[in-house]
Design a binder for this molecule. Sequence first.
Ligand code: DX5
Ligand code: ZN
Length: 217
Amino acid sequence: MIRIAPSILAADQMHLGRDVRRAMEAGCDYVHVDIMDGHFVPNMSFGTDLVHSLHTNFPELKLDVHLMLDNPEKYLHVFGQYAWGITVHEEIPGDVRSCLETLRSMGLNPGLSLRPGTPAERARPFFDLADRILVMTVEPGFGGQPFRWDMVDKIRELRRMGYTGSIEADGGLTLENLPALLEAGLDVAVMGTAFYRSLDMKGDIQKIHAMGEDGRS
Ligand code: DX5
Ligand code: ZN
């Protein structure tokens, strides 16, 4: 079973509510929300109020919050009130284990994100605590970048290492590169540009769900 999380970084920012609704009506499983601080990545995006507002306006929506912050530990409790799941990066200066433990104690779905340059091996110490590993398939910070094909092997490697949790890929995903990701062991596809540029969001989601049924499920 493959699940899809449209990334609202690629939505029309002047019509965010409309674009979230379009994703829901098309049958998305989650909505992916990128939180950037201008330090951990060279860009800024949404803040706590937006995530609060999404939760208030769409209470049934599962928010997959991707924290690209130097100090996520300061914000876990506030985002945690509204999110379905939160991922923190392995490369932060702070204590990753403690962040994942906090997320678990809050009943959230704890996730660990890896930049493209971070080897799969660095995730191993967190296998017991991370329900999800988010493999960045572009350098984090911006939507619309080309997919890094070398990251398919990182997903395969995580499976080879015995990781049985969910694996999510984020950055440059399209209907064309998804079959390779699925074959490597992907469960959750984050899709920004390709989803919001699609002329048939519902049809695309149906195709993606069907790919999961045909492949590993
Ligand atoms: C990049 C973000 C992604 C981005 C993906 O740092 O983490 O979630 O929105 O968008 P596309 O699919 O356009 O690469
Ligand atoms: Zn993201």
